[in-house]
Design a protein around this ligand. Structure first.
Ligand code: GLN
Length: 312
């Protein structure tokens, strides 16, 4: 096994990327029609250290929609705004072991089980301050941009496609509203949620966003404090237990890095106090996680002993 990540990082990233390239399993997300048009061969990876150095390989500058990788970051913005006690009255912290779009609310409290599945993420979007969806979206986009260290924009075609086909998400919002855990009307919550999922990012952006959590809430490139240390730790904890949906347990065994995936093909992963990694490859497995993103992160973790429980 090679020693922990250090010098020669760009060569390391090139090597894991080329090793993953021939992997051709999985399918581009089809249930949001606009996503089905993505070039499935795209493949990129970037790593940002907590000191602000960024290394990249492949299509690390290709834009794609953030989708569910937005969830931990919007959860963090909600926590920063209202604190853990207030937010957990609306959304739980337990892994669901269920698919991302599960119809899932805790029976006793009416809360979605966690903020990494759609039901919980929609509740988080509703909790962001602002009287209407436009105001909430303004806060969310500014927050995601602060995590990334550049102004992010929205893919309007994906947004329209998602809004046109988002009935299941609307149903989740109505259920949460009926259970008393949604903080806005269902329409305001889903409008804000659809827009947050349609924000364009690159693998490099995801690396810097994850590195901001790894650095305890300070963006290591811009040096801006985005969230508090407590919020960064709470968010990272929920990524660890719930970030890969119903594959979270297996991910924790095989890769051992807090991570979050999205159906746009992105994954953000991090090692606290060390680095953030962003990967991009559009073909997804049955659970909605990027096949080659998983392959690259598994290989990196294995080769360099990055598992958080590695004996050091
Ligand atoms: N926008 C997608 C949805 O709500 C996000 C899902 C995902 O990335 N897993 O279905």
């Amino acid at each position: 096994r090679t020693p922990p990540l250090g010098s020669g990082l760009s060569a390391v990233l090139d090597s894991v990327l080329e090793q993953a390239r021939p992997t051709d399993g999985g399918e581009v997300a089809g249930y949001i029609p606009e996503l089905a048009d993505e070039d499935p061969e795209q493949l990129g990876i970037a790593l940002a250290s907590v000191r602000g150095a960024v290394h990249e390989a492949g299509d690390s500058d290709a834009e794609f929609t953030i989708q569910s990788v937005s969830k931990p970051f919007v959860f963090a913005l909600a926590l920063e705004q209202s604190g853990l006690a207030a937010i957990t009255r609306h959304v739980g912290l337990e892994p669901s072991g269920e698919p991302f779009n599960a119809i899932s609310l805790e029976e006793r409290t009416g809360r979605p089980l966690n903020p990494m599945i759609n039901a919980g993420a929609i509740v988080c979007s509703s909790l962001i301050r602002g009287d209407d969806a436009a105001a909430k979206s303004g806060v969310i986009e500014a927050g995601l941009s602060a995590f990334a260290g550049r102004t992010l924009d929205v893919d309007e075609a994906v947004l329209a496609s998602e809004a046109a086909t988002g009935d299941r998400n609307r149903a989740l919002a109505h259920l949460a509203r009926a259970a008393g855990t949604l903080a806005s009307t269902a329409a305001v919550a889903t409008d804000a949620y659809f827009r947050q999922c349609s924000v364009n990012v690159t693998a490099r952006d995801l690396a810097v966003m994850a590195a901001t959590l790894a650095a305890g809430g300070v963006n290591p490139v811009t040096r801006e404090r985005v969230v508090s240390e407590d919020v960064a730790r709470w968010t990272t904890a929920v990524m660890t237990s719930c970030g890969m949906y119903d594959a979270s347990g297996e991910w924790l065994v095989r890769v051992g890095l807090p991570a979050k995936s999205g159906v746009g093909g992105g994954i953000a992963a991090l090692q606290p106090e060390q680095f953030g990694i962003g990967t991009f490859s559009p073909r997804l497995d049955a659970r909605g996680n990027s096949v080659r993103g998983i392959a690259m992160l598994e290989e990196l973790s294995e080769r360099h002993g990055l598992h958080m429980l590695e004996h050091r």
